[in-house]
Design a binder for this molecule. Sequence first.
Ligand code: 13P
Length: 283
Amino acid sequence: MYVTLKTVLEEAERLNMAIGAFNTHNLEMLPAILKAAVNQKTPVIVQTSCGTANYVGHRNLVAVCRSMAEEYGVNVVLHLDHCKEFDEIRKAIDAGYSSVMFDGSALPLKENILGTRRVVDYAKTHGNVSVEAELGTVGGTEDGIVVSQAEVRYTEPSDAKEFVEKTGIDALAVAIGTNHGQYKSKTEINFERLAQIHSAVHIPLVIHGGTGVKDEDVKRVIDLGIRKFNVGTELLVGWNRKSKECYEKNKENVSNRENVMPCLEEIQSIVEHKISLFKNLQG
Ligand code: 13P
């Protein structure tokens, strides 16, 4: 079924697990992401940047996610990742996205609250769409925008409490040391800060920059309230490496499927591995 973020995160809370949220850059990646979720028997969150949404077409993405969710028999959320513009968010909601993220993390607290509140009001009155928002600053590179280490600010637990109470969001993205786009090294997570945020707020927490998180840290962050786990770069790097290998190896008049299908296998295997960790079954 095509479902909201709130629905799948409630289930994750009940089962003390996280739901994988995977960034796609095109329609082609979707079957691989969904098949991985089917094999792992969990719901899945497909997320797009505004850039991907405008490239593929919002309504096309909604239609394909709805149809594939039925075809594969899996619960799918379509989520708009990091969006700073109200009009872009409105476009996604009007087209049928079941979840959106307003990213006002660069704004002062009060402005972030007001901007987020505006999105929540629109989302709840136009199809009961879920809303994620962010407090603090995650480092790294996302869709070409670079946030330096000097700009990184961990989420303040007391601000988080006020923010959640005043906005009515469904999920809170936290800054606890992860970085977007970190794939050559691994992240040192500030578990103490995550524990403080977890005791201050009682809604699902979201980790960004999931590519850089060590496998052995996954259980610990889930036990501290992470319910949505974002992974983007690892899929992109996997696809691009495999694609390069195929295009170099295959003749130029070969069916394009010969170059694309190995990339899909790569994506599926990465997503399956991540989901197997996010189920939090170990130990
Ligand atoms: P990575 O690309 O670092 O995995 O982060 C994904 C993400 O957080 C999307 O918002």
